[in-house]
Structure formats: C-alpha cells, structure tokens
Write a protein that binds this ligand. Structure first.
Ligand code: ATP
Ligand code: MG
Ligand code: MG
Length: 370
C-alpha cells in the first residue's frame, strides 16, 4: 500500500512540496490512516493525514464527506468569528487536484486527506480524571458551536444507528428465531431487556413529537477521538467525524458515560468489578455542561442521567442480540464473549438505576440557567 500511496494517491491531492515518505499512523480501527511527509523549498517540511475510508462500513462515502464538509465549514466560520485558529480547532480537508473531497483510486478505494494537527495527541485511556473533563469540554464545545446547524440536512450514513425502538424489534426477532439455540440459557438476560422496553421509546418518540431537538451528533465520542494539546492537555479538536449524523445530544452524552465512567472493561468477567463511577460521571458532566449547558433545552438536561442508562441498555441489548444470532456482527475473541459484554452492560444499567437520584443531583449542580 505504501508504494501505491507514493505512486498514485499522493499525486491526486493538492499537497504542498515534494513527497518524502508515507507511514501508517495512529490507532484507528475503522479506516486505514497514514501520515504523508513533504519537503518544501523555503518552508519547513509538512505532513498531512491520508485516510482510506472503510467502505464496508460506510457504504455512502460521498454522503459521509458531505456531512464532514458541512460540519467543518460551519465550525471553521464560528472559530474564526471567535478569534480562534480554525486549522487547529477543527479538521480541514485537503481537496484533490480536481477540487473533490475524495479520490477514487485505481482499485475502487476512496481516499481523503486532512491537514495534520501538530503538537497534539490522542490519548487511549482516561488515566487521569482531568482528561475525561477535558474530553467532555471538547465534545460540549463541539455541540455548542453546532447548536444552530440544520441537522436535518445531514445524511444518515448508518441508518437507525441509535433507533432504540428498532433495536428492540431486532432483539425480539433474534429471541424468537433463536438461531444459535442459546435463548434458553440466557432467559434472565432476555427478561432484563424486555422489562425495560418502554425506556427504548423515550428519546425516539420525543424527537418524533418535537419535544427533543434534532442535533448534530458525533456518535463516536471516545477519548481518542479528541486531539489534546501536548503542553496543556486541553481538548483542542474533535476528530473522526465519519459517524456525524442527525440525532439527539443525549446519544453522545449517554454513550460517553457508558464507556468512560465505567470502572471496568466492556468485557470484564468479574462483574463485582463493574460499576458506574459517580466521580467520573461528575467529571464528565461538569466539563460537558460548562460548554454546552446554555445551548441545551430543559428537556435535554432533564434526560441526561437517563441517557447514560439508555445508551448502556442499547449497547447491552446489541451484544445479546448478536449472541443470540450466533456472533455475526461484533468480532469475538473467546466463546461467550458477547454474553460477557452483555452482562457488564446489564450490571452498569442496574448500577445506574440505583444511582439515578445522585446523577440527577450532579446534573442540577452544574446547570447554570442564569
Ligand atoms: P476509530 O477506530 O476511532 O473509528 P478511525 O479509524 O476512524 O478511528 P481516526 O480516528 O479518524 O480513524 O484517525 C486515526 C488516528 O489518526 C487518530 O486517533 C489520530 O491519532 C490520528 N489523526 C486523525 N486525524 C488527524 C489529524 N487531522 N491530525 C493529526 N492526527 C490525526
Ligand atoms: Mg478514531
Ligand atoms: Mg472512526
């Protein structure tokens, strides 16, 4: 692939200087990411990010790029108005020589390029709570700057991504079909999700009925999708915009808490280690609301604690659905891996239900409505 990048791909983009070399870059799991280096006559060398889009997952790369272009243009304008540095605080696409956002290579692969954000890094784990707060601020800021973006103009690049009503339908179908003959052995887990079916409709119905606004959602709010400044650890730029779609702010907040505030790994087998850490919940809530609080509606704020439970419920149900279907969607590394994952999520949901009042108090503490 490095030869192909050198001989074909880099020539297609509007890069500055003479190509030196390319190398695989970063820890992404979805796209193939490279850094490409260029020498320039009077200026220091420069590098760019070059990515082959994963078209197995993203079947509409054109629509996906339109989403990214729309959202980053809006962010750029806002950042400029506020006197910030748009080339550092949002992704900047480098076009192809014929002015397109994507280059289709001779094998049908789709490539795109971004300016490289220097003096910043992506952290892989929350080894200090301050990183979690800073991540929350960055995602809150992203939400705040996009609060006036017409979310209904975005393409839904993965249909029904957080449609929990639809997720319940798929789950009940998997139980009824029982393709892998496992339903009888997980009756308790099945019952757990069925008992909470009404929760699945709360956000979906509220959006449909106009009680919750449709917003730009990121849908992959992991710590390593934020570039953090090397000197200050501040979250300077939200990256990985492939899953940007119309949705609810509650999806991003809830999912961040689901994986970021958990005390154990997603597939921990010792469930006594699994809980939702209220300290981490507070760290994230404080950061998120300090940026996005003023742009959220009362109903969104009211549902923040619930959203953590909802997204955890959804995730656990997806693991169980896949387990019942015979492990066809999530990659597994051991027998019953999906069941283990499902059980951590169930444990988290139950813990969140116990801690719901405390979560509400924490949200109330950081809401500033003056
Ligand atoms: P994921 O597994 O999170 O979905 P992905 O495969 O979609 O990842 P990205 O997150 O877009 O890939 O990029 C992979 C890595 O490349 C990032 O974690 C980051 O380290 C680096 N990276 C991406 N864009 C830039 C950029 N503009 N400047 C510097 N580094 C970047
Ligand atoms: Mg990423
Ligand atoms: Mg990604």
């Amino acid at each position: 692939m490095l030869d192909k990048i050198k001989n074909e791909i880099v020539k297609a983009f509007l890069f500055d200087g003479d190509f030196i070399y390319a190398e695989p870059f970063g820890c992404g799991h979805i796209n193939a990411t490279y850094a490409v280096y260029f020498r320039r006559e009077t200026k220091p060398p420069v590098r760019y990010i070059l990515q082959a889009v994963n078209t197995t997952i993203f079947t509409d790369p054109q629509g996906l790029m339109e989403n990214i272009q729309g959202v980053t243009s809006h962010l750029r304008k806002k950042i400029q108005e506020q006197g910030g540095d748009p080339q550092r605080e949002t992704l900047t696409l480098v076009p192809t020589r014929d002015g397109k956002l994507l280059y289709e290579d001779s094998d049908g692969g789709f490539w795109r390029s971004y300016l490289f954000i220097e003096n910043a890094a992506c952290h892989q784990s929350v080894n200090r709570p301050v990183l979690f707060t800073n991540a929350a601020k960055a995602f809150g800021h992203f939400q705040k700057l996009l609060a006036d973006y017409p979310a209904d103009t975005l393409h839904e690049t993965i249909a029904d991504f957080h449609n929990t009503v639809n997720r319940y339908e798929l789950f009940e179908k998997a139980v009824a079909e029982d393709k892998a003959g496992r339903a009888a052995s997980v009756e308790k887990e099945i019952r757990f999700f069925l008992d909470r079916k009404a929760d699945g409709a709360v956000v979906v119905d509220a959006i449909k009925e106009g009680r919750l606004p449709l917003r730009v959602t990121h849908n992959d709010t992991k710590l390593n999708n934020i570039m953090m400044d090397n000197d200050t650890d501040e979250g300077i730029c939200v990256i990985d915009l492939d899953t940007v779609m119309p949705g609810s702010v509650l999806y991003d907040f809830g999912d961040s808490i689901r994986f970021g505030a958990s005390t154990a790994d997603e597939d921990e087998q010792n469930l006594s280690l699994v809980s939702m850490d209220l300290g981490l919940f507070e760290a994230y809530t404080a950061g998120f609301l300090s940026e996005a609080g003023a742009s959220l509606t009362d109903e969104e704020i009211r549902l923040l604690p619930f959203s953590a439970k909802l997204l955890t419920l959804e995730c656990g149900m997806r693991f169980l659905t896949d387990y019942l279907n015979g492990d066809t969607y999530f990659r597994i590394h051991r027998e019953h891996h999906n069941l283990d994952r499902c059980r951590t999520q169930i444990t988290l949901v139950a813990d969140m239900e116990r801690k719901m009042e405390e979560m509400k108090k924490i949200v109330a503490k950081y809401v500033n409505r003056t």
